[in-house]
Design a protein around this ligand. Structure first.
Ligand code: AMP
Length: 192
């Protein structure tokens, strides 16, 4: 993996470990020579992550829609800043640029981005690894919901397994490196 897109909160949350782990991920990406692609903002976990990448000599590329740029939320000093028309273009661009994605704790924006990548993967539109860094159990209830979806035959187990989960950065990156895409995208099979 040469470039990873990270989705994460535009807030920091009230658990200091979220910011700490965002910092550690930034350092880890820089040390591994993996470029960061992210939303371009200076706020929240997004800002902490990108600042850490840059502080450790790495490269951070921001992809931001005009609307958010106008609000002066952009982090100064990014390696590159790509300004797009809207949120849809942003997600497409963030996908185009990366070899894999990671979600850290976040809110609606983060979940929207994460699930769009999962949806595209299940349709076979891309085959990139998708990682969830489950810091301090933040995503436990989401993982439980996915298990319920499988138990209720709404989600296929093999599609659930597209989401690689760990509470440890190194382990998550190793899982992503080792990821083998599922053979059959959802709609190529008949029926169900
Ligand atoms: P949220 O998880 O709702 O805080 O939203 C964070 C995600 O949505 C990030 O991955 C960004 O791509 C996008 N996003 C939300 N708010 C902003 C913002 N103020 N500036 C830039 N991107 C944002």
């Amino acid at each position: 993996m040469k470039r990873i897109t990270v989705f994460c909160g535009s807030s920091t949350g009230n658990n200091p470990n979220f910011g700490l782990q965002a910092q550690l991920l930034g350092k880890n990406l820089a040390n591994r020579n993996i470029e960061l692609v992210y939303g371009g903002a200076k706020v929240g976990l997004m800002g902490i992550l990108a600042q850490s990448v840059l502080a450790h000599g790495g490269k951070a590329i921001g992809v931001i829609p005009k609307l958010l740029k106008a609000k002066e939320l952009v982090l100064e000093g990014l390696t590159d800043l790509i300004v797009v028309e809207n949120m849809h273009q942003r997600k497409a661009k963030m996908n185009d640029l990366c070899d894999g994605v990671i979600a850290l704790p976040g809110g609606f924006g983060t979940l929207d981005e994460l699930f769009e990548m999962l949806t595209w993967a299940q349709l076979g539109l891309h085959q990139k690894p998708i990682g969830l860094l489950n810091i301090d159990g933040f995503y436990d209830s989401l993982v439980a919901l996915l298990q319920t979806m499988v138990a209720m035959d709404i989600l296929k187990e093999q599609n659930k397994q597209m989401l690689l989960i760990s509470n440890n950065i190194d382990e998550l990156l190793e899982k992503m490196e080792a990821y083998i895409p599922i053979a059959t995208p959802k709609w190529i099979e008949s029926g169900k």
